[in-house]
Design a protein around this ligand. Structure first.
Ligand SMILES: NC(=O)c1ccc[n+]([C@@H]2O[C@H](COP(=O)([O-])OP(=O)(O)OC[C@H]3O[C@@H](n4cnc5c(N)ncnc54)[C@H](O)[C@@H]3O)[C@@H](O)[C@H]2O)c1
Length: 433
């Protein structure tokens, strides 16, 4: 198939490269000329395992190409995926300006039938607006369809997730759209669910809201555990063995971050409000998540007393391992609070350092965890990178000014940390302080 993907970001670029690798002819459009220039050289603009080699390979085979012109993409394709960002507005609602602008430009460029697919995460009823925008700007008698095909990939394993999804959800309102998208996804060994557009849009928001709820739920349980000397890791294991519940996303810690959960939970609350439903449950999910950051700072204060002038090392900046994505990363909030309290903050991340140097002001950077530990009064674990689980903790302890570790991701064993002589605080575990 000839496919156009608009937006060469974390979702768009992965989608483009994967479809191209499956043999389709894909043109990827982005309005950031610098990004397009980098991509044309076969280089990825962000870190994602396996992505750069796939981009280079498919470019070389001429299955993939890049442009800044939506019109060119529309001319050369039958199916057009919109994968631009839908960031939060100050009100918490999703900013759909880019989606609308792209829809308008697609309409202006269309001369014959096209299928326009929402891939971006959008509030329910966006499909209707996209349809209306296309209808307003398209030339007379040019037919089109709108569909929804939400994406469930996880950053850090995006290529694998895209190619091996649990399910593919397709929201369509015509037989033509249904046929194109079911043909496109036929080679995927996944359950294909075909539904109406509004249900497909809701499936995405409801999935992210549910996963965020699981995280906040176990964090609430963690707060109870701390008060009675129980261990949230054991509780999570125990309840997770129930197949109706499952163990995944029951990881207590500093809470969720990234470009999806915070904005999608917020946007879902707002869209529900707009249509007359007060989504109190999701408001609590968000509140618990915000509280986890404050809880972590309290733990640092409890161990260091005054923060002013104390040297605090942040281990991990990315919102999760295997990515350099700093968007809405919990580390950023924690760093801001520590700096505000007068601490001297130094940071290290195995992957996100170039991004961090560009965006973080007033923070020092270390070249590795051991340099970070030198002279530190406290280390704070913010991302559960595998490399942090394998640190030589004896060496770390010798380098620190005070052996304090506040573990926002529960990556160490509290008993072992005590044995090694650390003042160790973690989240929701027995002995956690
Ligand atoms: N990041 C994830 O893990 C993930 C997973 C599933 C769904 N989503 C959703 O997918 C959408 C995109 O997210 P992302 O993380 O890929 O964002 P991103 O910021 O990484 O990428 C968006 C891209 O769109 C481009 N763009 C913006 N406006 C444009 C325009 N008018 N014309 C052409 N290009 C334009 C930007 O330059 C950028 O490269 C969001 O709705 C997000 O919620 C993200």
């Amino acid at each position: 198939m000839e496919i156009c993907i608009i937006g060469a970001g974390h979702v768009g670029l992965v989608t483009a490269a994967c479809f191209a690798d499956l043999g389709h002819k894909v043109i990827c459009v982005d309005n950031d000329a610098k990004k397009v220039a980098t991509l044309r050289k076969g280089r990825s603009t962000f870190y994602e395992p396996g992505l750069e080699s796939m981009v280079a390979r498919t470019l070389k085979k001429k299955h993939l190409s890049f442009t800044t012109e939506i019109a060119e993409g529309v001319r050369r394709s039958q199916v057009i995926f919109i994968a631009v960002g839908t960031p939060p507005l100050a009100s918490g609602e999703a900013d759909l300006t880019a989606v609308e602008e792209v829809a308008r430009q697609i309409a202006l460029a269309m001369t014959s039938y096209r299928l326009v697919v929402e891939k971006s995460t959008v509030p329910v009823e966006t499909g209707r607006w996209v349809h209306r925008t296309l209808k307003s700007f398209v030339r007379k008698n040019v037919p089109f369809d709108v569909a929804s095909n939400p994406e469930f990939l996880r950053e850090g394993s995006a290529v694998h997730d895209f190619l091996h999804p649990d399910r593919v959800v397709i929201g369509v309102e015509s037989q033509a759209a249904r046929k194109i998208l079911t043909d496109l996804y036929k080679p995927f060994k996944a359950h294909l669910m075909v539904t109406d557009i509004a249900s497909a849009e809701l499936i995405k928001h409801a999935s992210n809201a549910f996963l965020a709820m699981k995280i906040s739920f176990i964090n609430a349980i963690g707060s109870v555990c701390e008060r009675v000397g129980a261990d949230v890791e054991k509780v999570a294991e125990g309840i997770g063995m129930d197949r109706r519940i499952g163990r995944s996303f029951l990881n207590a810690g500093v809470g969720y971050g990234g470009f999806c959960f915070p904005k999608d939970v917020e946007a879902f609350i707002r869209i529900a409000e707009k249509i007359g439903y007060d989504f109190d449950l999701l408001k609590a999910v968000k509140q618990i998540n915000d509280d986890q950051r404050r809880l972590l700072i309290k733990k640092v204060e409890k161990h260091l007393w005054n923060l002013k002038g104390k040297r605090v090392g942040i281990l991990g900046l990315a919102f999760k391992p295997e990515t350099d994505d700093l968007r809405f990363a919990p580390a950023l909030e924690v760093i801001a609070a520590l700096i505000k309290a007068g601490a001297k903050v130094i940071a290290y991340d195995p992957c996100a350092m170039p991004e961090a140097r560009r965006h973080l002001k007033g923070v020092g950077f270390a070249k590795d965890p051991y340099e970070l530990a030198r002279g530190a009064d406290c280390l704070v674990i913010m991302t559960e990178w595998k490399a942090f689980k394998e640190l030589q903790l004896n060496r770390i302890k010798k380098l620190m000014r005070q052996p304090v570790i506040v573990d926002g991701r529960n990556i160490y064993d509290p008993i072992e940390m005590k044995r090694l002589g650390f003042d160790y605080a973690c989240m929701g575990r027995s002995g956690a302080v």
